[in-house]
Design a protein around this ligand. Structure first.
Ligand code: GRG
Length: 350
């Protein structure tokens, strides 16, 4: 894979990178029994992840364990486990496998994404391309896909077929972002990219977790669509934080996407405004921003614009979709936990 792209892509992050450290993180849900069950199953996920990724040549193992050990939130496998609670066989062996398949796929995309973004850090450690080089990072991503394929072959053809679609959408999203909006609407382009790059794999976690627990088709569908909506919320919120948060709040320097020439939803809305602020932004934002002074100026213009509010309106729209999908599920403490998760994500930006 080449990093010679026409349009820059961005480093995504659902919150603070490397926030949980390595190993299974302990998460609290409202219901202590659910908390204990999920945390116990997350330990099983972690064990299988390490077992699977430790097989093979030592010179490959150390490369794939680099980001695995660096932690990450393990949000996707945890959602797969929660989704499985709507089926007859919650947290079964196949559910654990499915959760691991999703996390390994996610890891593979991170290795490849960091090559394309020329990222230097990931999960609080040097990215694989920085620690070794692009070839090593690409091959590490590839071997991760081999591991994911091996595990998913044990889960049956429905899972393999589902993953063919998922891979296809991930790659389509990355390619769509790489070539840029061209003559299409930039906001529609942004929405489609984040759906494909972020929404699809979270949807997959909901789908596979509930499918392998034997949940009803209606509930599998709701959990898949809830995951897709949550993915959109996470990504838009992250993009709002990149522009509008103070450094100490987000742990990241505001305007990172702007510096890379990536114009996210709040920026796209602000640039569309028929105001003096909109006109100035359209004039300045023609590529990556190289000096701090211009970044500061653009950030100031953006805070005078309606970009933040317009992006937030989209977040609330997806929040309504997420809640409507949850309404299709039976009432229980898992549903409460999922609703809380969606609310928490939005609260990060007020
Ligand atoms: C199928 C290997 C493969 C590649 C497809 C590179 C690529 C093409 C797609 C990139 C997809 C990508 C990296 C999307 C960003 C998703 C995202 C929000 C990542 C950050 O997720 P977090 O915050 O990360 O959950 P942690 O580190 O917590 O796991």
């Amino acid at each position: 894979m080449s990093s010679g792209r026409t349009v820059p892509t961005r480093s995504h992050g659902l919150g603070k990178e490397g926030a949980t450290g390595s190993g299974a993180s302990q998460v609290e849900f409202g219901d202590p029994e659910l908390t204990a069950e999920i945390n116990h199953a997350m330990v099983q996920v972690e064990e299988l992840l390490h077992k699977e990724l430790s097989s093979g040549q030592e010179f490959l193992v150390d490369k794939v364990m680099h980001l695995t050990k660096a932690g990450g939130k393990r949000f996707r496998p945890m959602f797969a486990l929660l989704a499985s609670k709507f089926g007859e066989k919650p947290l079964s062996e196949d559910v654990i496998k499915a959760a691991v398949v999703v996390e390994i796929t996610h890891l593979a995309t991170l290795y490849h994404d960091d090559v394309m973004d020329e990222a230097t850090m990931r999960r609080g450690v040097p990215s694989a391309n920085a620690r070794w080089d692009n070839s090593v990072a690409i091959l590490a991503g590839d071997i991760l896909l081999a591991h994911a394929s091996r595990l998913m072959s044990q889960l049956g053809t429905e899972t393999v077929a589902h993953f063919a679609e998922t891979f296809g959408e991930l790659v389509t999203g990355q390619m769509r972002e790489t070539i840029g909006p061209r003559d299409t609407d930039p906001i529609e382009h942004y929405m489609e990219v984040i759906r494909e790059k972020t929404g699809v794999l979270i949807a997959s976690a909901g789908y596979l977790g509930s499918l392998h627990a034997g949940a009803a088709a209606e509930h599998i569908d709701a959990l898949k669509k809830f995951g897709a909506a949550i993915g959109m919320i996470f990504q838009i919120v992250d993009d709002i934080i990149d522009i509008f948060s103070e450094t100490h709040e987000s742990g990241k320097t505001p305007g990172t996407d702007l510096r890379e020439g990536v114009f996210t939803l709040p920026v796209l809305y602000a640039m569309r405004e028929e105001t003096e602020v909109g006109a100035q932004l359209r004039e300045i934002l023609t590529g990556p921003l190289t000096d701090d002074e211009t970044v500061e100026k653009v950030l100031a213009l953006l805070s005078q614009s309606g970009g933040r509010q317009a992006a937030l309106d989209e977040v609330y729209r997806y929040m309504d979709i997420a809640n409507a999908e949850l309404d299709r599920l039976p009432d229980n403490s898992v549903k409460d936990a999922l609703r809380e998760l969606a609310t928490f994500t939005v609260k990060r930006v007020g």
